[in-house]
Every structure is written in C-alpha cells, then in structure tokens.
Design a protein around this ligand. Structure first.
Ligand code: PEP
Ligand code: MG
Length: 874
C-alpha cells in the first residue's frame, strides 16, 4: 500500500522529492536532535494523486492523515479539540524546490470557541488565546476560503480606531474576542456557512488548500520562471504550534547564517518579541536585528547560534531558518539553503571551499547559472525597486535594467540620444531598420514577439535590456502614445524596464552598474576546469565578438552575416542586392557588399585570435530587409536608377505570405549563386590576410550553409563555395584549410542527416527554426498564444527559450546518430537561442555536442551550465 504520510521521525534530507524541501529538512532536523515541534508531512505524491482524483483527497490518504494525527497526539500529549490540553498545529506547503510566497501559512489550526476559552483560562493569558483565534480565522478565511485579507484588516483598523490605539499589540483580550466574533460574521457573510469548528474538518480543508495552491497563477508563473515542473506537486507539513506570541518572554524570527545579499559570513536576520510568524515579514511592527536577541533571550540565543553552526555544517551551505521562542525556549520551524543574490552565491561558494566544507566541483554545482545574468548587466537599485509597483509585464527577453524617456521610432531614439537623453524605444515590433535606434536606447519594449523575435535576439546580442511581447499595451505609434494599465504614456514620459522579470514601471528607477568580482572569476576558472563541452558565441559584429571573448567565448558558433548590414550606411547596398532585377544589378550590389564583409570577417578573425569562427551564409527573412518607409524606397530607387514605382513593384513581387518559411537561407544561394560566391571570396580573403599577419594562429574558416533540408541543396551550393574558395586559395599562394558545414534547422535535415553528413564537415543545430518547424508555429507570432497554452498546462515553458527535449531533442538525437555514423569526423554544435539556456545546455552535453553557441552575455551562463552538466554526468 502506498505511504502518503510520514511523521517527521520517519523522514530525512534525502527524501526531498517525496517530502518537499521543508518536510525533508524538518525530518532531518529531528534526526539531528534539534528542537523541532513534531508533526507529519503529507507527500508530494499525495498532491499529484489529489489532482488525479479530480481535486479530492481520497479515502486512503485521508485515513493516513487521521492516523498521523493520532500519532501526533501521542507524541505531544495533546489532543485535537480537547478542552483541557488542546493540540494546535500549523499547516504549510513545501515543494521540492522552495517557492517563496506560493502559499501563505495557516497557524493556530485546531481552535474553536470552546478551545479558545480553555486556552485563555489554562494559560492565564486570555489576550494571547484570543489573538491566536482571530489570527486563525483570518488566515483560514484568506488562505483556505480565499475571502481576502483586506476585509479583516479593515475590521482591525476599525477596532484600533474605536479604541484609539495604533498597534495591534495594544488591543486587549476583549477587543480581540470581539474581533474574532466580527471575523466569523464576515466569514459567514462571504462564504454562506458558519466558520468550521471541528479541527479535523479545518485540517482537511487546509491541506486541500495547500494542494490547490500548487496550481494558482502565482505558482504557475514562478515555476515557469524557475524551471520547476508542474508534475512535482507540493507536500503539506502539519506541525505542532510553538507560540511566539504568549508574552514578552516569547518571540519569533527569521535568520540566515550568512548575508544573503553579500555572502558575508555571520548571523543575519530579524526578530520580534511577542509575535507570530507572519508579523516579522508583514511589516506591522519593526523587527529588531537578530543580534539583539542575545540581550532579550540570552540562553535561547546561545542555543540558536549552536543550531546555526550545526545546520550549516550539516548542509554545507548557507541556511535560512525560521524559529520561535516560547517562554524562553527555542523551537526550530524550518531550515533551507537560503536564497541569495548572484554575488552572494559566488562568495559563499568560494568561502565554503576555503573553509574546507565544499570541493571546487561542489562549489560550481551550487550556483544557479541563471543568476549570473544579474552580474553582467546594470541592475535596478533594489531598495527603490522594492517600493515600486509594476504597471505591466511582458517577456523578459534580454536581461538588465533600463530607464529613460519613451520614444516611438528609431530615428527619435537616435536624435534624443544625441541630445544626451536616455531613452526607451517602444515599438509594436522591431525590424532591422530600427537597429541604430535600438543601439541608442537604454532599453527596448515591444508589444509583439517572443524570446526569439527580432527585438529579443538583437537586444540580447547587444546586451541591451529588452522586454518583448507585452500584449497589454494599446499602441498608437502614429500619435506617439501607448496605454498600459489605464495610463497613457506620451513621447518623453519616463518608464523603466526590467529585462529579467519583464516588468514595466512608470518613472525612473535608478540603476547601479554591474561589477564582476574576484569570486566570479574564480568560479569561472573552476567551471573551465571541469567542463568538457566548448562554449562559443553568436556574434555578428567585431564589437560583439570582442565582448564575447572578454566574457570567455572560445569561438564563434554563428555569425549571422545579414546582421552585418544593419548599419545605416550598409543597408542601402544590401537592399540593392535584394531588389536587384538582373544578375548584373545583383553583382554590382554584391561588389559593394564584398569589402564590408571582408573587413568584418578580418576583424572577427583578429578578435578570436585563432579560435574557430563559423560564418553563416546569408539567411535574411526578406520581410526584415525590404524598405518600408517612403524615404528609403526613394533612396533605393535613386541608387538603382529606377522609379519609385518600379521599386515598389519589386517589393510587391518579393512579398511572401510566410516569410519565415520563404525565400531565405540556402534557397537564396540556390536562386542566386553569386551571393554565395561573393561571401566565399570575403571569407577566404579575410582568412588569408589574417593568417599572413598571424602565421601561428590556427585560421580555418568554417562556412555554414543555412536552412538545408535536402542534401542536393547543400551539394549544389557547396559546389560554388568550393570552386570559389579553391580558386582564391590557389591565387593567394597560401595554404589554407576550410570547412563547409550546414545548419540542422529543418526537420527533414534531421531525418536525412546521414545523407547530409556525407557532404558536411560539421552540423550546427539551429534550434530556433527547428523548434518553429517541428512545432509548426511561427517564432514571431507564438508569443500571442503561448500564454493560453501555459494556462491550459499544454506547455510549461516557451519552447523557443527552453529546448523541447522530447520532440526537437529527439530530432537532434537522431541527426547526431545518423550524421556521426555516416561521417565520424563530423563536429556538432548548437547555435539556436537554447545554446544559452542552462537546462538545454545540460541536454546538449548529454547528447555529446562539441559546443554550444550563445549570445555574448550568456557565455558565462553556458560555461557554468556545461561544467555542472559534466560534473553531474560523472
Ligand atoms: C536558428 O534557426 O536556430 C538559427 C540560429 O538561425 P536564425 O535564428 O538566424 O534563423
Ligand atoms: Mg535559422
């Protein structure tokens, strides 16, 4: 028979998956002989079963809960609902991974009108008894029945006003008794039934509420942001109450063994006398520093310090603890590895190694790679941010913090920036024409688009903060205004963006510069030591490449050559090429492009100092490049010696219904081989030049043909590439090896990878397109409906951000196996956005990829993830 309930004495820290973090640690603390009020844990499996049974606690689980209560009564010598020695419990959620704020705690469960009278008499402290009761009604109504805190808070405020007092603690026993009556009346009015008096019924409802809370919107969002699967479920902990609100020799507090902001060693926390749990965090009274506890409760403090030492030594990590002092006696209510800032995480990990508590590998494994993001971009001043309320939320597409005045066009962004203004560019969506504006802006906000939209990809590459896909914005670009949360913003109004959370704020929230500390470097060095997979970068310009090398990139895995033409003075030549009518016209445009390309490639080779550079041949979704503004069309017409009308006709003929599946990638080289020839010349000439300057560098160009779905396509294009390259090399008199490979980004390429591998020196998974085509939804439009998919639990994550291992991953596995069998020398990487996502990097490591390639600011994240994957795989 399945065991659904465990007493604290039956569990231990290794049972985290079953008992949740809190339950496993309460059991572990019990085993360590620490003062833990006893109780039991209803397992995470019971939660999953509750959902399978149609949101019901089945009879078997219920039976085990009731048996656990019996055992708890034996252990504590108290009884549920008893009139002489009543048992009161707390009920708290506890998932496998800590999810702060997912569900509020319910304290003092087991109270009713009779029990409270008993407590009042027996304790000689009626104020305490009635305070417990009114808190219980309030919490039960709010958490279990969702009545809403505010109704009860209003009643408390009215009572305080009536009595002429300011603080809750100034209310008397009679006041609290009266309040309890009012609360129950409020409950009956809102729910329609009397407040439950039977403790077992109260407990059943509370447990159900915890299970329900696993599926509340807050929890769902938190899980998505933190990669926590829905299938894990939450456990429920039922624990005997220890009372911190029984008088001045009682109290409650929260403490960390190290400063969670800086990582500095030493007790850090807050404490309140005569209070219960939530008072410390609720801000009704100002708590005192934990060190003051020494003065108030010297004995309990000494014991607490010893407990801290024991726990930190035992868990070999910084602990975050909750405790209560009841009549001078210490009770431990919770311990867990404390949440910490990225900076603190690095310091703590390094210190633990210095203190002999952790090995280097363990230190590397302790750090959440996603946290590193915050160290690489400017951040909001946390003190100010805490007080700010977000107006709305989009997708945190490129991390960092940005604030500035709203502008609605790239030109305005450039103009305003020239005047020294800090601006945030707000657009329905961005296109390559906006690049200079994007560069000038502190941050970018778009109404449409997901994590792989133009705005997101480009912003991440530039390291600029970007919030994309905020569909709540009502945009009026024409009149330069937008509305969000019923507030209208005009050009020049200030807003702030958090590119990590996706939050949008009104006004300027000050930022502080990111700093890379010594510990950061130390951890990265350790990561390098234990990592087997290489980390390259997606860099399109020499500036990006330099930044990426600074951040530790070991090569370029993807240079999107079309992105080299975003600059104002280059886009014209590029458009001439796209809108050419004849081969001659196209070749004339290509002649203009060639020197730009060659120059850029030289700079890339220089920046990479002999490390590999993969240059992807042109893959411009045409809709991103054709001019749309009248002025640009006119410019193009003049340059081509054509009329505006003629250009408009060409543009119309280039129109595609589905440009992402249109005339792009190698299809462009198949129709216009002269493009591939020009690019080959540029690559080879650049390589030869740099090789001449640096004979000791290993310059070996990797030419990558995109969007191949059929081996003959690759063969066809490769023929021009090889002929051109060989001719260039022969003419130079220099020896140069080069490789021609392909992206695997069309499902058919994965399915026929054995054929393709015979023609390719390397594969690189373009998982942006592979995801798009495997799922069959557009990477530019998916943002519009994915939220509904999350709500319906169809998808837990954005498959464009976190690799779909089941489907897309299967194609990758297949392509690797087929490809390697046909060509054992094949080297394989990934350069879709997933190359910088920790869980996807881990998966790539499992697949045995040679490298992942990601945007420059994600290089340290990918390196740390790769090291963790290697360490876990041992
Ligand atoms: C991809 O499809 O994953 C890729 C890297 O190419 P792009 O994003 O340029 O289509
Ligand atoms: Mg692609």
């Amino acid at each position: 028979m399945a065991k659904w309930v465990y007493m604290f004495t039956e569990g231990n820290a290794t049972m985290r998956n079953l008992l949740g973090g809190k339950g496993a640690n309460l059991a572990e603390m019990t085993n360590l002989g620490l003062p833990v009020p006893q109780g039991f844990t209803v397992t995470t499996e019971a939660c999953t079963q509750y959902y399978e049974d149609g949101r019901q606690i089945n009879d078997e689980i219920m039976k085990q809960i009731l048996e656990a209560i019996d055992q708890m009564e034996v252990i504590t010598g108290k009884k549920f609902g008893d009139k002489t020695n009543p048992l009161l419990v707390s009920v708290r959620s506890g998932a496998r991974a800590s999810m702060p704020g997912m569900m509020d705690t319910i304290l003092n469960l087991g109270l009713n009108e009779e029990v409270v009278e008993t407590l009042a008499c027996a304790s000689g402290n009626p104020r305490w008894a009635w305070d417990c009761y009114r808190r219980f009604i309030q919490m039960f109504s709010d958490v279990v029945m969702e009545v809403g805190k505010k109704y009860f808070e209003e009643l408390i405020d009215q009572m305080k006003a009536k009595r002429g007092v300011k603080l809750d603690v100034e209310l008397t026993a009679d006041d609290l008794k009266e309040l309890a009556g009012q609360f129950k009346a409020e409950y009956k009015e809102k729910i329609g039934t009397d407040f439950p008096t039977d403790p077992k019924e109260q407990l059943t409802e509370a447990i159900k509420a915890v299970f329900r809370s696993w599926d509340n919107p807050r929890a769902n969002v938190y899980r998505r942001d933190n990669d926590i699967p829905y299938s894990w479920g939450t456990a429920v902990n039922v624990q005997m109450m220890a009372f911190g609100n029984m008088g001045d020799d009682c109290g409650t507090g929260v403490a960390f063994t190290r400063d969670p902001a800086t990582g500095e060693k030493g007790l850090f926390g807050e404490f309140l006398t005569n209070a219960q749990g939530e008072d410390v965090v609720a801000g009704v009274r100002t708590p005192m520093q934990i060190t003051e506890m020494e003065r108030k409760f010297p004995e309990a403090f000494i014991e607490f310090k010893n407990v801290c030492k024991t726990l930190e030594k035992h868990y070999r990590d910084m602990q975050d603890m909750e405790f209560t002092v009841e009549h001078g006696k210490l009770y431990m209510l919770q311990t867990r590895n404390g949440k910490r800032t990225a900076q603190a995480a690095l310091k703590i990990a390094c210190d633990l190694v210095d203190e002999g508590m952790r090995t280097e590998e363990e230190a590397v494994a302790m750090i959440d790679p996603r946290n590193l993001d915050t160290l690489l971009h400017p951040q909001f001043d946390q003190k100010v941010l805490k007080r700010a309320t977000a107006l709305g939320k989009g997708i945190g597409a490129s991390p960092g913090a940005a604030c500035g005045k709203v502008v609605f066009s790239a030109e305005d962004a450039v103009e305003w920036a020239k005047r020294g203004e800090k601006v945030v560019l707000v657009r329905l969506e961005t296109s390559p024409e906006d690049i200079t504006g994007m560069k000038s802006a502190q941050g970018i906000l778009t109404v449409r688009g997901g994590t792989t939209s133009h705005a997101a990809v480009v912003a991440r590459g530039m390291g600029t903060c970007c919030v994309s896909g905020c569909g709540d914005i009502a945009m009026d670009e024409e009149n330069k205004k937008f509305t969000l949360a019923a507030k209208t913003f005009h050009e020049g109004d200030a807003i702030s963006l958090d590119g990590t959370t996706g939050n949008i704020y009104e006004g300027i929230i000050p930022t502080v510069d990111a700093t890379i500390t010594g510990e950061f470097e130390k951890i990265m060095n350790w990561a390098d030591k234990y990592r087997t997979m290489k980390v390259r970068t997606n860099a399109d310009t020499p500036a990006d490449a330099k930044k990426a090398v600074e951040l530790g990139a070991e090569g370029i895995g993807l240079c999107r050559t079309e992105h080299m033409f975003f600059d104002e003075n280059r886009i014209a030549a590029f458009r001439e090429m796209i809108c050419a009518d004849t081969v001659e016209e196209r070749e004339a445009a290509l002649d203009k492009i060639l020197p730009y390309q060659q120059g850029d490639f030289e700079a890339l080779y220089e920046a990479l100092e002999g490390n590999p550079v993969t240059i992807r041949f042109l893959d411009p979704p045409l809709h991103e490049f054709v001019p749309t503004e009248e002025e640009d069309i006119k410019k193009l017409a003049d340059a081509q010696g054509k009329t505006v009308e003629q250009i408009k006709n060409i543009i119309a003929s280039l129109h595609e219904f589905n440009p992402m599946m249109g005339h792009r990638g190698c299809r462009l080289a198949v129709t216009y081989p002269e493009i591939a020839k020009m690019q080959t010349k540029a690559v080879i000439r650049a390589a030869i030049k740099v090789k001449k300057n640096h004979p000791d560098w290993n310059i070996k160009p990797e030419i990558m043909i995109p969007l191949v779905g059929e081996v003959k396509e690759l063969k066809y294009v490769k023929k021009f590439v090889v002929e051109t390259a060989d001719a260039e090399i022969a003419a130079s008199g220099i020896e140069l090896e080069y490789e021609v490979g392909t992206m695997i980004e069309i499902p058919r390429a994965a399915l026929t990878a054995d054929e393709i591998a015979k023609e390719a020196d390397f594969f690189c998974f373009g998982t942006n397109d592979l995801t798009q085509m495997t799922f069959g939804f557009s990477r530019d439009d998916a943002g519009k409906f994915l939220d509904a998919y999350y709500d319906a639990k169809i998808y837990e994550n954005d498959p464009f951000a976190k690799l779909d291992q089941k489907g897309v991953g299967k194609l990758m596995e297949m392509a690797i196996a087929l490809g390697k069998e046909a060509n054992p020398n094949l080297h394989i990487g990934i350069c879709g956005e997933h190359g910088g996502d920790p869980s996807s990097v881990e998966f790539c490591n499992e697949l045995g990829l040679n490298y992942v390639s990601c945007s420059p600011f994600r290089v340290p994240i990918a390196k740390l993830s790769a090291a963790q994957a290697a360490i876990n795989q041992r």
